[in-house]
Write a new protein. Sequence first.
Length: 119
Amino acid sequence: MNKTSAFLLLSALCVQAVLAVICAEIRDNTGLKAARLCAATDKNGPSDRICYCVKNTQTGSISIPRGSNTRLFSSSDCTGNFQAVNEASLIENTQWVNSISIGKAGISSRGPDGCSKLY
C-alpha cells in the first residue's frame, strides 16, 4: 500500500469515528413496525436539526436516545407548541404526535420534506 492510499484509508476511518447519527425510533400501536428518524452528530453532539412529518404514520410509542434534544409536535411541520424530551426515554400513547424535530438545540429545524407513510 502506498502512502497516498494509507493516508486516504486513515482519513476515512477518522471521519467515520467522528461523524455518526442519533436516531429516535417510532413504533406502531402493536409495537411490531418501526421507523428510525435520525440527525447528524459529531464528537460534540448533534450538529443538525431535522423535522420529520409523521402524521400519516401510526405513532404508538417513541423511543428517544440520550442527548438527542427531541421535540414532539401536534402540528405536521414542527411549529407551535411542543413537548421537549432531553433524556433517554420511551414515550407511549403518542398518537397525538404529527411531527418530530431531532438534533442540535438552539437552531431551526430543516424540513419536513413531505409527509409520507414511514411503514
